[in-house]
Design a protein around this ligand. Structure first.
Ligand code: FAD
Length: 448
């Protein structure tokens, strides 16, 4: 009888501990269940990605739709499975589903190592408590035994037959074709992930420490959506990078993977990281309710070029450069005083790399309400940020065509040239907005 391997957010065949161990024992059924109540329901961009990623897996995978705790036992029975294996999720909402599936099954189950470099709970202070601050967290992680070497893809992989649904029955593809820009940029699936890693390690990684802050340069790995769906494991990335001669680029890149670890360790302890500020004083923050302003921000029509470029890059490609994510988040939270949760939710819907840990932790980081966060009073100036990180305006010109003809001196502050046809004036005056934000923050601190 086969072992059923339940795919979670780990849509790959290489370095898949559950699959590897199951395949060593005989035939396997690889199953995926689409369940809107399995953790947070996926956003539109993620649904598109998932559809493509399952397409890439093709006939290898048996598909189901509905509550996992009903569907996985049903599939296990239909294919006569003798056990069910999976890789454990770090997100408590996903592990809750796993606990329910385990309860519902009458055959043996086995969870394997998840997609972390260091298992959740392994990185602790000397006193045995979890870290609140990244730098000592990462130092402690690096002092542990290194992450295990990735496991090979099982060979031979004998798949047992099992009746499943056609992919279309999962109804993941959006009805409108807003995803065309995404299809041009991305190749979802394990092969696309491996190609991205190879391209990155073949060049950009060498200057990553310098170029990673320049949104006009292809200076980062673009691995985030592949990691979000587990098409590549962090162990594969880690060991491939470590196999190269050491340098500042590799060191910085591995540290960014460290931030991914840190977010997951935070989420594991704080299941409501996406909604509740880690610092309790922020629960009383005097946010504004301004749907029209939120809409302008979402559509990339704030009148600040670097902000609009970022939000349009997000809308068209499902991805935004990290530096620009920080700038647009600061603008929403501080210049517009709109709750960070509204930005988090927009990113969740539109990012192909939407990740329950990284997204929530990063929004809290910018808001100043998170663990080891940037202080609230650090408010990005969208003009100077633009001039510093997109000095000749290439990034703005790429994503905001109305500004493509502007000379360098005006591309980050077009209002200085007068009115630019088709482009809005700034929706707020940054200097005034900054003063307003600082006053709101001060009021918060002064409250008893
Ligand atoms: P690279 O620079 O090549 O980094 C490699 C990998 O390291 C990334 O794929 C990612 O897994 C991890 N990483 C890099 N930076 C961070 C970081 N600051 N925090 C945590 N992990 C990091 N990342 C997501 O994966 N999903 C999200 O939903 C997400 N939301 C964000 C929201 C905001 C407001 C901000 C400021 C950042 C967010 N990030 C998120 C983090 C970061 O912007 C992306 O991981 C990065 O831009 C992805 O591009 P890359 O793969 O080319 O990154």
């Amino acid at each position: 009888a086969p072992i059923l391997v339940w795919l979670r957010r780990d849509l790959r065949l290489t370095d898949h501990p559950a699959l590897y161990h199951a395949a060593q024992q005989g035939p396997v059924v690889l199953a995926f269940c689409h369940d809107d109540q399995d953790g947070r329901a996926l956003g539109g961009a993620s649904r598109w990605w998932l559809h493509q990623s399952l397409t890439a897996l093709g006939d290898t995978v048996t598909l189901a739709r509905g509550r996992c705790e009903a569907e996985i036992p049903r599939l296990a029975q239909a294919c006569g499975a003798r056990a069910v294996y999976w890789n454990a999720s770090a997100d408590p909402a996903l592990s809750a589903t796993e606990a329910r599936v385990r309860q519902a099954l009458k055959i043996p189950t086995e969870p394997f190592a998840g997609d972390e470099l260091f298992s959740i709970g392994a990185v602790r202070t000397n006193a045995g408590t979890p870290f609140q601050v990244f730098t000592p967290f990462w130092r402690a992680a690096l002092a542990l035994p290194p992450p295990p070497q990735p496991l090979p893809r099982p060979a031979p992989l004998v798949l047992a037959p099992c009746p499943g649904l056609p992919l279309a029955a999962l109804e993941l593809m959006p009805k409108l074709d807003w995803w065309r820009g995404m299809a041009e940029l991305w190749q979802p699936g394990e092969a696309g992930a491996a190609a991205r890693l190879a391209d990155f390690l073949d060049g950009p990684v060498e200057t990553y420490q310098r170029d990673r802050d320049l949104p006009a340069k292809p200076g980062t790995s673009l691995l985030s959506p592949h990691l979000a769906f587990g098409e590549i494991s962090p162990r594969q990335i880690w060991h491939a990078a470590r196999a190269l001669p050491p340098g500042d680029g590799i060191h910085t890149f591995l540290k960014e993977l460290g931030w991914r670890e840190f977010s997951r360790h935070l989420l594991a302890r704080q299941p409501d990281l996406a909604t509740i500020p880690l610092r309790p004083e922020f629960r009383a923050f005097p946010w504004r309710d301004d749907p029209e302003a939120l809409r302008k921000w979402q559509m990339g029509r704030t009148g600040y070029p670097i902000i609009d470029a970022g939000l349009r890059q997000l809308w068209q490609t499902g991805w935004m450069h990290n530096r620009v994510r920080m700038i647009v988040a600061s603008f929403l939270i501080k210049d517009l005083l709109i709750p960070w949760q509204a930005g988090e939710a927009w990113f969740w819907d539109t990012l192909v790399d939407a990740d329950s840990a990284n997204n929530a932790a990063s929004w809290q980081w910018v808001a100043g309400s998170g663990a080891d966060a940037a202080p609230f009073f650090r408010i990005f100036n969208p003009v100077t940020q633009g001039e510093k990180f997109d000095p000749d305006g290439t990034y703005v010109r790429t994503w905001v065509p109305e500004l493509a003809h502007l000379p360098k001196a005006f591309v980050h502050q077009p209002w200085k040239m007068g009115r630019v046809p088709g482009y809005p004036p700034p929706m707020v005056d940054h200097a005034l907005a900054r003063t307003r934000a600082l006053a709101a923050f001060k009021g918060l601190k002064d409250d008893p």
